[in-house]
Design a protein. Structure first.
Length: 141
């Protein structure tokens, strides 16, 4: 299905055993991390989008626990909406368009990273670091 241009990106914050599931991007010499997520297809709610995106990108089923926060990102000129999600079935394994687009110069790697490292790694957008810090201080890690 074709996606329309969206002013939003939804992102899953998936934490298990003190680690967060992220996509480690290695693209044209740049090395950074992002949360699994994407943009809505026509007619999708944010929750529907996130459940679909996580299934496509990581081949797991999740339950959305709650909305965490949202923040505007000047880099991609979109509002990023973060949701806490928990895995209900499956083991993370890269799939979907990310797997199809993967090359030596454009890598997508699913990685479990310690929540405590959120402030030290190149996690984008910057607001994601603050969200992870808040989760850590409220005991939701």
């Amino acid at each position: 299905m074709l996606r329309h241009k969206s002013p939003f990106r939804v992102s899953a914050v998936i934490i298990k055993d003190g680690k967060m599931l992220l996509i480690h991007r290695k693209k044209n010499g740049n090395d950074y991390f992002i949360n699994i997520g994407g943009t809505p297809e026509k007619g999708e709610s944010h929750v529907q989008t996130l459940v679909r995106e996580v299934k496509e990108e990581a081949r797991i089923d999740v339950r959305i626990v709650r909305k965490l926060d949202e923040a505007y990102n000047n880099h991609d000129e979109r509002t990023h909406i973060f949701f806490l999600a928990e895995i209900i079935s499956g083991e993370p394994k890269l799939g979907g368009p990310e797997l199809e687009r993967q090359t030596e110069a454009n890598q997508y790697l699913l990685e479990w990273c310690p929540v405590a490292d959120a402030e030290r790694i190149r996690l984008f957008p910057e607001a994601a670091k603050e969200i992870m810090k808040n989760l850590k201080t409220t005991g939701h890690e």
